[in-house]
Ligand binder design. Structure first.
Ligand SMILES: [Cu+2]
Length: 141
């Protein structure tokens, strides 16, 4: 079983535990879901960076890499209910992913994930380096 299938299986199990996708596509980010998504985010291989997973179960949709004081890719599209993952990979330099309703806190290593329940276009930036900017487009479920 390859990594993608493992992720899909893990996500499907999580979706079942959460009662599946609620009408309207809203997925609440409770403690259990945060923990599950964080575990899935940590397990994503380096090759997943910049890649979009076509999941329909709330699993991480992909990874945005933070390197050389930039978000790569700077624009990303996901589906409501999916989680976005940021990978901190800029040596000793700490960054802080900040947007409306989410904040990674200062981090130099590891990953940060956030579930986007509602559609919309979300601009975010690094609170430490304001010139670092990115945009996330969340399509309706
Ligand atoms: Cu930064």
């Amino acid at each position: 079983m390859n990594r993608t299938l493992q992720l899909l299986a893990a996500g499907a199990a999580g979706a079942l535990a959460l009662g599946g996708c609620a009408p309207g596509g809203h997925t609440t980010e409770n403690a259990a879901r945060k923990k599950q998504v964080a575990a899935e985010a940590a397990a994503l291989p380096p090759a997943s960076i910049g890649r979009q997973y076509s999941t329909d179960d709330g699993s991480p949709a992909g990874v945005i890499e933070i390197q050389k004081s930039a978000f790569t890719p700077a624009s990303f599209s996901i589906i409501a209910g999916q989680a976005m993952v940021w990978a901190f990979d800029d040596g000793p330099v700490a960054h802080r992913v900040t947007g409306d309703g989410f904040d990674s806190g200062p981090q130099a290593t590891g990953r940060f994930s956030h579930t986007f329940a509602a559609p919309g276009t979300f601009a975010y930036h690094c609170a430490i380096h304001p010139t670092m900017k990115g945009t996330l487009t969340v399509a309706p479920h």
